[in-house]
Design a protein around this ligand. Structure first.
Ligand code: FAD
Ligand code: NAP
Ligand code: SF4
Length: 676
């Protein structure tokens, strides 16, 4: 069965009267960091064109501000429109049937500028600046700037604009009482608080005429304590429809809210049901989004009638060909977004250009290319973890003859441990993808073979790549060989019994994952919406204000006392991902995990873990002490090979173990394999 037959709803067109979207897939808006970079528009053109050529129905660009107050890259002048034309012309030339809309994002109080404006001078918890309260003239100016920006977008060749009315950005701060303290016509009653966003849409429609898409992104569940009620959301959506929007796109958070909405611990398509409720209230099409990362999920959501269009943002980074592969019936070749945020949102929120952990070419389409080779080499890759798999795949795709070895009986390396952690089930997809790539590119896979230097020397290879990963560090603590001490590998694999009282030595990413695993009970929240809802205190059915007001999280957990210890004096968990670290910290705090920083290790014995804290000896009483104290590179094989004169490279954890993660391992391997 072809992909088009399998996903008939996804691949049906949407008729808006004056224009058609050829199928129901949208590449959602993402800020890339290229908007501000030197030569960024040319790079953006290559990035979007690659996706446009691969079947997506419509693209929505990253957010562009209507003025300086809105923060980030702006579009208000003819010269700026010329820059945008580089993108629109490239996309329309490469794929004339694909639509591209520009998102207008006025960050309001979240704009990192002293010029930031808002309905009232209310500082956001997550912003360093207090915004300037707008006066009547200021409001008029902002409205004109929105209309002007949309007009410029039309001039620049876009097919429409999306206005973001959620996330804690300007428009949404008018809607909510805690950020709108005004008592003039722009504040007070809900009718007044709605006035600004509604007026933005009305003026934009007036400025661009009827044959130009106007999409409004609404916070359909803002996850704020005291946020918008369901009735207010419906009222706003209806007003927005009445003043001329063509499509309502649903969004599910303010950046400051305390519920994860897109990370890997969120179930797939978790929020589509909310869009479904809103769709029933409207006469115009709706877009849903969040954790829809495979075509089958998109089709199911559409078939349920939850939305008319599916926005996939990060999945388009992970695999620019996701839609084409669905069309061709090659879903098993899709490089699935695992919702880690490590190379996309974590980069955005730390001011770096974005990319993708599983696809380092994302946003680097002009810089990293996998060109076919004229003289294939025989290459041996030792280690089928993320580094070795990436190297092998890229080298083989380019035409090299690759043999990939692993001592284990399956590929994946440490990802086989990661995928066992509740909330990290998506890591399975990466292993599935690489298994398929091994078949597609005819990589000779040899498992259950511990490779020696002699085998490689005798093998007649032109190049050898060592990707043998890491060894868990064994810290020098008295009593480290006590029977109660367990390595994180044994703890994760369930090879050793874990007692009721547990001390964890080391509080990095793996320490957090291990704590999550040993406290876990029941179904994984990432796989079951009702468990997720209970755990994070969301009421999807009754939809109280924000979806969360008055709803207490209910945690089901194993009966264990866990204490995590680190030597650093910084708060435990500070080094975790910028956009996901708080979810790990909150999850363990709700499971009463004790966190100790600034400790020195004294010894381990029958009583547990003895530490020195503030110069005072203390005991973390424990039946089991799990060691999560980082890793050291496993490079004995490389050291041996170096002496033989064989062309050898070292990548991944074997190259650098400290602070190494899969993002760096895959990135390093891909760049190296692109050059061999
Ligand atoms: P590895 O994955 O360690 O693979 C090395 C491979 O080499 C192994 O399969 C091994 O069997 C093989 N090998 C070794 N010696 C030989 C030999 N002589 N012959 C044949 N084969 C050999 N990273 C992230 O970025 N994000 C996360 O969320 C994340 N979560 C994690 C959770 C857990 C529980 C763990 C354990 C790790 C996590 N990581 C995460 C870290 C990530 O998995 C590693 O950074 C990554 O796997 C390193 O890749 P690698 O290919 O260098 O090494
Ligand atoms: P890590 O994040 O570097 O943490 C290592 C921990 O061990 C730290 O808490 C460190 O704290 C402690 N440690 C280091 N040397 C020690 C020693 N000699 N004795 C005692 N304690 C010591 O490494 P990891 O947790 O092993 O994770 C490995 C990699 O996988 C990391 O790059 C991590 O980012 C990645 N990962 C990421 C995630 C994620 O969610 N993004 C999840 C899992 C893993 P002190 O030095 O302060 O004691
Ligand atoms: Fe998805 Fe992670 Fe890639 Fe971001 S970095 S697109 S979350 S796989």
């Amino acid at each position: 069965m072809s992909g088009i037959e399998r996903y008939p709803t996804l691949f049906s067109p949407l008729d808006l009267g004056f224009t058609q979207i050829k199928n129901r897939s949208i590449m959602g808006s993402m800020h890339t960091g290229l908007e501000e970079a030197e030569g960024g528009f040319e790079r953006l053109a290559a990035y979007f064109t690659e996706r446009a050529k691969a079947g997506v129905g419509m693209i929505i660009t990253g957010g562009i501000s209507p003025n300086e107050e809105g923060g980030g890259s702006k579009l208000s002048t003819a010269e700026e429109a010329d820059q945008h034309r580089i993108v629109t012309e490239a996309v329309h030339t490469a794929a004339p049937d694909v639509k591209i809309c520009m998102q207008i994002l006025h960050a309001g109080p979240l704009a990192a500028t002293a010029k930031a404006v808002a309905p009232s001078a209310v500082k956001s918890r997550i912003s360093p600046v207090t915004p300037n309260a707008l006066d009547e003239d200021g409001i008029e100016q902002q409205l004109n700037d929105f209309a002007n920006c949309a007009k410029r977008a039309k001039e620049a060749g876009y097919d429409g604009v999306e206005i973001i009315g959620s996330a804690g950005y300007l428009l949404s701060t008018f809607l909510v009482q805690k950020t709108n303290l005004r008592n003039d016509q722009w504040g007070g009653s809900y009718e007044n608080r709605m006035r600004f966003p509604v007026e933005v849409v009305r003026r934009i429609r007036e400025a661009v005429g009827n044959e130009f898409m106007v999409i409004f992104r609404i916070a359909a569940m803002d996850m704020l304590d005291g946020g918008m009620s369901w009735e207010e959301i419906v009222q706003l959506a209806k007003k927005i429809e009445a003043v001329g929007a063509n499509i309502i796109s649903t969004h599910f958070t303010w950046h400051e809210s305390a519920v994860p909405t897109i990370s890997t611990r969120v179930p797939r398509a978790a929020f589509s049901g909310v869009t479904g409720r809103l769709s029933k209230e409207l006469n115009i099409p709706t877009i849903t989004s969040n954790r829809i990362n495979m075509p089958a999920v998109a089709e199911e959501v559409l078939r349920r009638g939850d939305a008319d269009l599916i926005s996939m943002a990060r999945p388009m980074l992970a695999d620019p060909e996701i839609i084409q592969k669905a069309i061709d019936g090659r879903e098993d070749e899709i490089n699935t977004c695992i919702a880690c945020n490590q190379a996309c949102l974590d980069h955005t929120f730390t001011g770096q250009e974005i990319s993708c952990l599983v696809n380092p070419r994302a946003c680097h389409e002009t810089l990293l290319n996998y060109e076919k080779v004229s003289q294939p080499k025989r290459i041996a890759v030792v280690g089928a973890g993320p580094a070795g798999l990436s190297y092998a795949t890229v080298a083989a795709e380019r035409g090299h003859q690759v043999t990939l070895f692993d001592a284990a009986d399956e590929i994946g390396g440490q990802f086989n441990l990661a995928r066992r952690i509740p909330g990290k089930e998506e890591f399975d997809e990466t292993i599935r993808y690489f298994n398929r790539m091994i078949e597609v590119h005819n990589i000779d896979l040899i498992l259950e073979t511990t490779v020696s230097a002699k085998m490689l020397v005798d093998g007649g290879f032109d190049e050898v790549v060592i990707a043998t990963g890491i060894e868990p560090r064994t810290p020098e603590i008295e009593g480290i060989d006590h029977p109660n001490v367990v390595s994180y590998i044994d703890a994760i694999k369930g090879n050793k019994t874990i007692g009721k009282r547990v001390a964890i030595v080391g509080a990095g990413g793996i320490g957090f994952d291990v704590a999550e695993l040993i406290l876990h009970k029941g179904k994984s929240a990432a796989l079951d919406l009702s468990v997720f809802a209970k755990e994070w205190g969301v009421d999807f059915e009754n939809h109280p204000r924000g979806g969360v007001t008055g709803v207490s999280p209910q945690i089901e957990m194993n009966d264990r006392e866990v204490c995590m210890v680190q030597r650093k004096s910084t708060p435990v968990g500070r080094g975790l991902g910028k956009t996901t670290g708080w979810t790990h910290r909150m999850s363990l705090a709700r499971r009463n995990v004790k966190m100790v920083n600034g400790a020195d290790y004294l010894k381990i014995d029958d009583e547990g873990l003895h530490i020195l804290l503030n110069d005072q000896p203390q005991i973390v009483e424990a039946d089991t002490v799990i060691i999560c104290a980082g890793q050291t590179p496993q490079r004995a094989l490389y050291d041996e090979l170096e002496k033989t004169g064989l062309n050898t490279s070292l990548i991944g954890g074997a190259y650098e173990a400290a602070e190494l993660d899969a993002k760096q391992a895959i990135n390093q391997a891909s760049f190296l394999a692109a050059a061999v």
